[in-house]
Design a protein around this ligand. Structure first.
Ligand SMILES: [Zn+2]
Length: 655
């Protein structure tokens, strides 16, 4: 038995999930309010028999105990594995070479940071020499409660205060250097990095103190400094306040990003907890990746000076890149359907009143802040205004530059009505013919796809691929329904061999009005984790870097990867066309299995409701079963149509 199964067997999913969500027994299942969306009537259900959960409400997502913890704790698979293994009392096999030592060192640094934060906080709250920083916080309106909840601190104006405090607790100067808290002198010995500063502990989403931000209270030294890059601190990958903001971001469905520590503190103090700071730099890819697990709506509220505007522009670019794109069918002017990759996120920009930082707006009037945030401009509109200010719109050159900047953004809007609206605005602004812009947009449409050529084939529907298929009389693997692992394993190896087929697979599902392949299409926990890692790589760069995967995967996944790779050569001889057609077929099969799993759950719920004489609930579950049955029929028809077009032929067999 694998370690995953072992953990699943030892843990009661109702216990694990019940620690986060109050669950009530309902027949053979447990019900609760979904922790991933706001709801008043419970549609979140745990199935103890199968060890799975599902939200039948707005989320329509589900999975096993691992996917629950990953989602709820915002963890990678490996982290969730460690957490649950510990809970289950299962020892994980020795990890990659040196990893156990790495983990111990990491834990040690986190512990040192925590002790340092406690020491700094104690000084701020109690020490006579911290009167200055206390006054400063009072002037800025930061109250006692906020100082405590965010563990604000003070580093003494002393070369050795912290060093001595921590060495007395048994840590060596080398440990403290590793944590970035002391600096080595050339002539030997060490001194404290942070002296005479107001300290802001910076935490990861799970509340570990990974580093510090520090503000000088004396004008003669640089105003702000941070911990240096350490094993646990990477300035580009942290968001100040995320540990306290996490739940609020998820509940509200959006995050507000500000620049400064004070902005976050004041926002949280005013009960606006979905606010984090980007650490003064433009938003980075790593930061967006933390956020996108929590919400798909981003509001940027950056300082209104010119530098702020440039940072906004850069931050927006990063945010756009980091969010997923999903292919959306769009009707062209000529009445043809074209697929465009559109941003699966909403990004808005708050325009702050000149000369006011977010914390000042908040302190003055929370209502004003709320109004500013709710009136945040869609990113296109922000760019449109920005373009007016930055380019000379009288010159042809300026017009061209503005169009080049704004058109790609207009293209990413999913609503055609909105797109038309902004196109009109741009045309008006540039004083050019709207039709010319429209043509430019359509020309871009076919060019913008990152993986070029095959998009065209996919856009024309699977017919062109099928056409090629008939002439070549390609064969297909014998389908093996019931053999879930076989199919899932095969899809993994397909993606390893031909990452580009993911696009074809998703477009086929899209043609049926269904969502792209996702984690839930894979039933097996390990294969699902590997699938997610593969898809992330493919969507980020179009290729699969096996070496990167090897470095990042936990051992049990590594084995899954190796198994997939071992079968890889078996398909090495197959033609490209064959692989493409087969991949689509496999995607449909995966989806079919997922729908069947879902239907089973629903029938189970329906039965339970009936046995409890709850006719109304039974009827509702029944409607959902019918809906799934409809989808299943569509799927099967499509699958049959594809098969008959191609004419199945034995020949290649994998298993
Ligand atoms: Zn939900």
């Amino acid at each position: 038995m694998g370690v995953i199964d072992d953990i699943k067997e030892r843990l009661d999913i109702v216990d694990v999930i019940g620690a986060y969500v109050p669950l009530k027994k309902a027949g053979r299942t447990y019900k609760g309010l979904c922790p991933f969306h706001n709801e008043k009537t419970p549609s979140f259900i745990v199935f103890p028999d199968t060890g799975t959960w599902h939200c039948f409400g707005a989320c329509n997502i589900g999975g096993d105990v691992f996917s629950f913890v990953m989602r709820r704790e915002n963890m990678e698979f490996g982290e969730a594995l460690r957490l649950l293994a510990q809970r289950a009392g299962v020892t994980l096999e020795p990890q990659r070479e040196g990893e156990a030592a790495e983990t111990r060192q990491r834990d040690r640094v986190l512990k040192i940071n925590q002790l340092a934060a406690e020491y700094f906080h104690y000084l701020l709250m109690n020490a006579p020499d911290a009167a200055g920083p206390r006054d400063y916080l009072t002037r800025r309106g930061i109250n006692e409660e906020t100082r405590k909840s965010h563990q604000l601190g003070y580093s003494r104006d002393d070369w050795h205060a912290l060093g001595q405090n921590l060495t007395a607790k048994g840590y060596t100067p080398a440990d403290l250097m590793e944590a970035g808290l002391v600096i080595e002198k050339k002539e030997g010995g060490h001194y404290d990095r942070f002296r005479g500063r107001l300290m802001f502990p910076i935490r990861d989403p799970r509340g570990n103190t990974v580093g510090f931000g520090a503000r000088a209270l004396d004008d003669s030294i640089p105003k702000y400094m941070n911990s240096p890059q350490t094993g646990v601190f990477d300035k580009s990958g942290v968001l100040y306040g995320i540990d306290k903001a996490r739940d609020a971001i998820r509940d509200e469905g959006y995050v507000v990003i500000v620049e400064g520590y004070m902005d976050v503190l004041m926002a949280h103090q005013c009960g606006r907890r979905n606010v984090v700071a980007s650490m003064g730099t433009a938003l980075t890819d790593k930061q967006v990746r933390i956020i996108k697990k929590l919400a798909k709506k981003l509001v940027l509220a950056l300082d209104p000076d010119a530098a702020g505007n440039q940072a906004t522009v850069r931050g927006l670019d990063v945010a756009k890149e980091a969010f997923d794109r999903k292919p959306v069918p769009v009707l062209t002017a000529r009445g043809l359907v074209r697929y465009e990759d559109q941003l699966d996120a909403e990004i808005r920009v708050v325009e702050l009143p000149a000369g006011q930082d977010p914390d000042e707006v908040l302190k003055e009037d929370v209502g004003k802040w709320d109004a500013l945030v709710s009136g945040a401009l869609p990113v296109v509109e922000y760019y449109l205004r920005n373009a007016v200010a930055r380019f000379d719109l009288k010159s042809p050159k300026g017009k061209g530059a503005a169009a080049r900047e704004v058109l790609p953004l207009i293209q990413e809007i999913s609503s055609s009505v909105e797109r038309a609206h902004y196109l009109q605005q741009l045309a008006h602004l540039l004083r050019v013919d709207e039709r010319a812009l429209q043509q430019e947009l359509e020309r871009k449409g076919t060019r913008l796809h990152p993986r070029g050529g095959q998009t065209e084939a996919a856009a024309a529907g699977s017919d062109s691929a099928a056409g090629r298929g008939t002439t070549e009389r390609v064969g297909r693997l014998s389908a093996q329904p019931g053999l879930t692992c076989g199919l899932e394993q095969y899809v993994l190896l397909l993606l390893l061999k031909r990452p580009d087929v993911l696009d074809l697979m998703n477009r086929a599902l899209l043609d049926l009005g269904m969502e792209p392949l996702g984690a839930e299409d894979i039933g097996d926990s390990e294969k699902r984790a590997l699938f997610i890692a593969l898809v992330e790589q493919i969507q980020a760069g179009g290729t699969v870097q096996v070496e990167t995967l090897r470095r990042e995967l936990v051992p049990s996944l590594l084995r899954t990867l190796e198994e997939a790779q071992a079968s890889l050569e078996k398909v090495a001889s197959l033609s490209d066309e064959w692989v493409e057609i087969d991949a689509v077929h496999r995607a449909l099969m995966l989806r079919e299995q997922k729908l069947r799993r879902r239907m089973e759950e629903l029938r189970f719920l329906q039965e339970d409701a009936r046995s409890q004489q709850d006719g109304e609930a039974a009827k509702q579950w029944g409607h959902m079963v019918d809906d799934l049955a409809d989808q299943l029929v569509r799927l099967q028809r499509d699958k049959a149509a594809r098969t008959s077009l191609k004419g199945p032929r034995a020949g290649h067999t994998l298993e």
